[in-house]
Design a protein around this ligand. Sequence first.
Ligand code: ADP
Ligand code: ASP
Ligand code: MG
Length: 426
Amino acid sequence: MALVVAKFGGTSVASPERIQNVAKRLIKKKEAGDRVVAVVSAMGKTTDELVSLADAVNNAPTKREMDMLLSTGEQVSMALLAMAIQSMGHRAVSFTGWQAGIVTDDEFSRAKIEIINADRIIDELDNGAIVVVAGFQGLTHSGDITTLGRGGSDTTAVAVAHGIGADICEIYSDVDGVYSADPRVAPRARKLDVVSYDDMLELSSEGAGVLQSRAVEFARKFGVVIHARSAFSDEPGTIVKEVAPTMEQAVITGIAHDTSEMKVTIRGLADEAGMAARIFSTLASNKVSVDMIIQNASSDGKANISFTFPGSQRDIALDAVDQISKELNASEVLVDDNIAKVSIVGTGMKSSPGVAARAFKALAENKINIVMISTSPIRLSVVVDGDQVQDAIQCLHTEFGLDSDSVFEETQLSAEEIAAKMNKGR
Ligand code: ADP
Ligand code: ASP
Ligand code: MG
């Protein structure tokens, strides 16, 4: 008998039939003797549709009202799932984030979970119910509804698993595990059996949307073991846990990519102290999350600074850039929103010199120009032209011996769902 948290993402609960399938899976677990808590996302593209709806009435809604709106998506799926379970003759009870005892800070739209008081969940498990919790939401200390950032139901699942002391946190989605690259972009990607928290955190932070990075961070902090697996099959997926380094470890665990960022270059700045400080202070005071930065001095005593940031912050960032580039008398501002960041990740890199050289050579042989570079002890990221993202992933995947013999096959998703997945982050 195990105590299990099972999280189902949007695609897995996109229709009444899929909700019924989830109900059947949960009942099967219960009948096998497990105590089960389900965490659900909003159905299909509901969250995106709610965002569009907000946009239709106000192009700059307050974050508080936005969270009020977006949290409704998960409330629909949790109630429907509980009803489906009940209709199959089993006890079920659904809880909103706040009923489940999830208390967050007051950073609307990207709140952090501070406390989870799981008494009510445990009481209902003791009563023999399957408990269904709405993902992605919580309540501030002063009683306002918050959401946990896009993909945040994963974090709810890990937090609930920690709160009830679950044996495992299962994250079910439309792929059957964590792959060495997004299998929809790199069909030769291989499914990984086990990934360390450190590698997974780096992959998720750099764009591998299969697990939200905050969920992995939370899991690492509290030692929650994650099993990422398919909502449509019983095959085992990928275990994410603490892994001791070994001698046989692969140099690279996987490749993540992110097409959601854009790049700005400010040209013709005076090459003197304080310029970068002024530019990045202005961006920081506008809460722009700058990612990569490069600066180069030119021979005529002028400097250029380029940096990347999320495309979702386009308007606010470009306004700030406009203001500061005028103040600093810059000669020109260039904007490029067709870029992609490709990151190779692996704890094995630490003990393996020459990784960067190999990566750059592979890219060069495939005529892929590197626009920016950044590194950490277990990661190398390059920015390339957005049109070359797939080629870049594929050549690095091959170079580091990650290619699988088989090709990833889509089994359950409609063409429309696949297209929506591919456009995510654009
Ligand atoms: P859910 O809606 O269930 O939370 P997500 O769309 O958030 O599911 O995550 C699953 C998707 O993550 C897959 O459809 C896949 O395209 C994408 N993905 C990106 N990187 C990876 C990776 N390394 N391994 C597996 N899937 C990945
Ligand atoms: N529904 C939310 C989103 O689309 C949360 C989640 O799916 O995890 O981002
Ligand atoms: Mg997700």
